[in-house]
Design a protein around this ligand. Structure first.
Ligand code: SF4
Length: 374
């Protein structure tokens, strides 16, 4: 043990986290009560040191990122989640819908670029049929055959299964044939009944989200998972969310990355609730996620919601991924995030290196890597 590790152990143990440190050092699973303690513990630096220890064991100093594009193909949505500033009803001035041709035209100029992924999520449109969803995937692949299409949250997949008129097996086969590569992790919000009833009651329930994620993984697709935090949820509900994801990962093993999503209240029905995410809250969330989700390979600091500077700092609190360049994100920008519309590759590399970490360019499913030197 090095002198600096000795000092770190002293810091953690004096903070009263010695029992959790022992579990982390032995690779043992943390309990629900451990999760609550980590969220409520006054010494964030000690919690962060524990998370960084686990992150270092899993990934060393590597921080992953990719070059990606977000296409939120429609903001028209039949639902009215209280935390959402993005959705519009048909006929509203700000309502829009991208056609497959629009998707094609947007991606075509990127054909010879370094962009390796398009992330497509949107509202649940009242009228678009099953074929539309296949067509937008096909349009992306036609424009740039080597692009990885990461599309459709469990809310959208559940909707597709309902409107398709086909068997579950056939729907996943159709998606695969169209070119779907993997699924993002949105729509989970906070996986508890109380939060579902309080802020997204007309959307799929926590049980339905988990069941849909199970189907996606059983049909061979990798996916991510998220949690929207910083609104009306309580500490125990955050822990419950993490434990439910951990259990599903034990069962299916298809989650690649956990992404804590910091809530931005502007232009939402919760705007007057008075809470805007803080760096302190964000770093805590990243650290506890790393420690509780021992079976998730990656924890992402999503700079669009945390801001680039907090995401950079989160690398020392358990995060080993900074997402990507994220050109054209609309959902969080509609809710008032102060983050820019995109980060160039050079800026991401700078953020990673300036914090003493090693930038590694990855593909969506963490199969191919390229160390970036400058
Ligand atoms: S969060 Fe998604 S499902 Fe809910 S209102 Fe917004 S776009 Fe619709």
């Amino acid at each position: 043990m090095t002198p600096s590790q000795d000092l770190e152990n002293l810091l953690i143990d004096r903070a009263g986290l010695g029992a959790i440190r022992a579990k982390v050092d032995q690779g043992l699973r943390l309990s629900f009560e451990d999760g609550v303690l980590l969220y409520e513990h006054p010494n964030l630096m000690a919690v962060g040191a524990l998370a960084n220890r686990l992150r270092t064991r899993m990934h060393g100093k590597k921080t992953y990122f990719n070059i990606n594009l977000h296409l939120d193909y429609t903001n028209i949505c039949i639902y009215s989640c209280k935390f959402c500033a993005f959705a519009a009803k048909p006929g509203e001035d700000r309502a829009y819908l991208m056609s497959p041709e629009d998707i094609y035209e947007r991606i075509l100029p990127l054909r010879d670029s370094e962009v390796s992924e398009v992330h497509m999520v949107a509202g649940i449109h009242p009228e678009m049929g099953y074929e539309y969803y296949l067509d937008i995937i096909r349009a992306a692949k036609r424009a740039k055959p080597d692009i990885h299409v990461k599309a459709f949250t469990m809310v959208e997949i559940d909707h597709l299964l309902k409107i398709s008129g086909k068997s579950e097996d056939q729907v996943f086969e159709d998606l695969r044939e169209a070119g779907l590569g993997s699924c993002p992790g949105g729509g989970a919000e906070v996986l508890t009944t109380r939060i579902h009833k309080a802020v997204f009651r007309d959307k799929i329930s926590p049980e339905e989200w988990l069941a849909c994620a199970r189907k996606v993984q059983e049909h061979g697709f990798k996916m991510n998972a998220t949690m929207l935090y910083g609104h009306v949820e309580r500490v125990k509900e955050r822990v419950e969310h993490l434990v439910r994801l951990r259990e599903l990962q034990d069962e299916c093993g298809g989650f690649m990355t956990f992404i804590p999503l910091a809530f931005w209240p502007y232009n939402t029905a919760l705007e007057n609730y008075g809470k805007v995410t803080t760096g302190w809250n964000d770093l805590r969330q990243v650290a506890v996620s790393r420690l509780m989700l021992d079976n998730f390979p990656n924890i992402k600091a999503y700079w669009v919601m945390m801001t680039p500077k907090v995401a950079q700092t989160a690398q020392a609190f358990g995060a080993n991924d900074l997402d990507g360049t994220v050109t054209e994100e609309r959902i969080t920008h509609d809710a008032g995030t102060s983050a820019p519309m995109e980060l160039p590759k050079t800026e991401l590399v700078h953020l990673i290196q300036a914090a003493g970490f090693e930038p590694v360019l990855r593909d969506t499913t963490y199969q191919n890597f390229e160390t970036v030197k400058s």
